[in-house]
Design a protein around this ligand. Structure first.
Ligand code: LMR
Length: 394
């Protein structure tokens, strides 16, 4: 049977990670995968996470099943974190899913049931997994204009030209904050305009929220999604705890469906549960339980919040330092936009040849489209990175 198939392509993020790991040069720099790294290049277990894990080890009395919809307290706590009190709780349906990607998957399946062969609009560019996931779910992915490589800014007028023409059968996938891969985000005023447009056209909003708190703090990062949730009748949102709780391999996420009313939410909940049972039966509990413990314990919650703030402040600082280092060495202002971006990533906007040269000559790894994970930069290597960027772009 397998001979009838061809080898499937590897995801480009994981392919790059394998290349980086195989590179024996000691001064190599990994700006590929979106995983937070500290000054020593490690991805730490957050302090509050370690403490919560100890509690689980001491207090857990069974490994019996939790249930199809997962850890309910975890889901409710994340609903409070994400939506605060802006909508009636009876409108919120949620199931815990394996990470943000698992949550996207469950929600895409619901969209597919409601909008057979429906079109889904994703930003150009978007996280490389969005397009294949939509295709695999049987939806038709299309791009809306998003990023201007020359200025490093959002092409908002062009984006709105496309969004304003959509209809009720369309779904629009938006990044809640910290846009991946570009790092360029909508302003609050632009979110207001998007909300008005969706209200007028009836197109269905779907938010991928993988980096809440990694940009400008939880409240500011949540502005856009809360605007949409409070303006529109219905929406979906995929939440990931991978980055903001540093739980990557534990796969903790929540799929949210906001209904017009309680009845809509109950239908969405039953559909999500039905899909979960028919795909992976139920989600893993460990990561969700860690988050539940942290969010319910004031001390651990503060400790987590402080560490998250430290991480996002470090990323901001690295952005500024890289821009300064480039300017000091070259008078080049071309990369100033890096400090206007927020979140883990920025798209440098350089060519594939220049990206290849950085890899080959300098052991600097980034995605082919020139996405860099800022958290992969180490302060000691900023000089090397700045020099290399200047060399390949001059
Ligand atoms: C990334 O974009 O690098 C991260 O979101 C990791 C992933 O799963 O792709």
């Amino acid at each position: 049977m397998f001979d009838e198939l061809e080898k499937a392509p590897l995801d480009k993020i994981f392919k790059l990670l394998a290349q980086f790991r195989a590179d024996e040069r000691e001064d190599k720099i990994d700006l590929g995968i979106g995983v937070y790294k500290d000054e020593n290049g490690n991805t730490p277990i957050m302090r509050a996470v370690k403490k919560a894990e100890r509690q689980i080890l001491d207090n857990e009395t069974t490994k019996s099943y939790v249930g199809v919809a997962g850890n309910r307290e975890f889901c409710d706590l994340i609903a409070d974190l994400v939506f605060a009190n802006i909508i009636d709780k009876s409108r919120i349906a949620s199931v815990q899913a394996p990470g943000g990607t698992g949550s996207i998957w469950v929600l895409l399946q619901v969209i597919k049931r409601a909008r057979k062969k429906g079109k889904i609009w994703i930003s150009d560019p978007s996280w490389p997994n969005h397009y294949p996931m939509c295709e695999l779910a049987g939806l038709e992915p299309n791009y809306y204009p998003y990023f201007d490589k020359d200025s490093g800014k959002v092409k908002f007028a062009e984006m709105m030209k496309v969004l304003d023409r959509l209809g009720p059968k369309d779904t629009v996938l938006l990044h809640g904050c910290c846009h991946n891969p570009t790092g360029a985000n909508l302003t609050n005023e632009q979110w207001d305009i998007v909300a008005d447009s969706l209200k007028k056209t009836g197109a269905f909003p779907f938010i991928d929220l993988a980096y809440l708190g990694f940009g400008d703090g939880i409240e500011q990062d949540a502005y856009g999604l809360r605007k949409l949730a409070s303006t529109l009748d219905e929406m979906m949102l995929a939440f990931s705890a991978s980055k903001n709780f540093g739980l990557y391999r534990e796969r903790a996420g929540v799929a949210f469906a906001i209904g017009k009313d309680k009845n809509g939410a109950e239908i969405a909940f039953s559909q999500m549960g039905n899909i979960v049972r028919a795909s992976y039966s139920q989600p893993p509990d460990h990561g969700a339980e860690i988050v539940r413990i942290i969010l319910q314990d004031e001390k651990l919650r503060n400790e987590w919040q402080n560490e998250l703030d430290e991480m996002s402040a470090r990323i901001k600082n690295l952005r500024q330092k890289l821009v300064n280092a480039i300017k000091e060495r070259s008078n080049l202002e071309d990369f100033n936009f890096l400090t206007e971006h927020s979140g883990m990533f920025s798209l440098l906007g350089i060519s594939k040849e220049q990206v290849d040269k950085l890899k080959k000559d300098h052991a600097i790894y980034m995605l082919d489209d020139s996405r860099i994970s800022i958290a992969g930069i180490n302060e000691n290597k900023i000089d090397k990175l700045a020099k290399a960027i200047i060399e390949v772009t001059q």
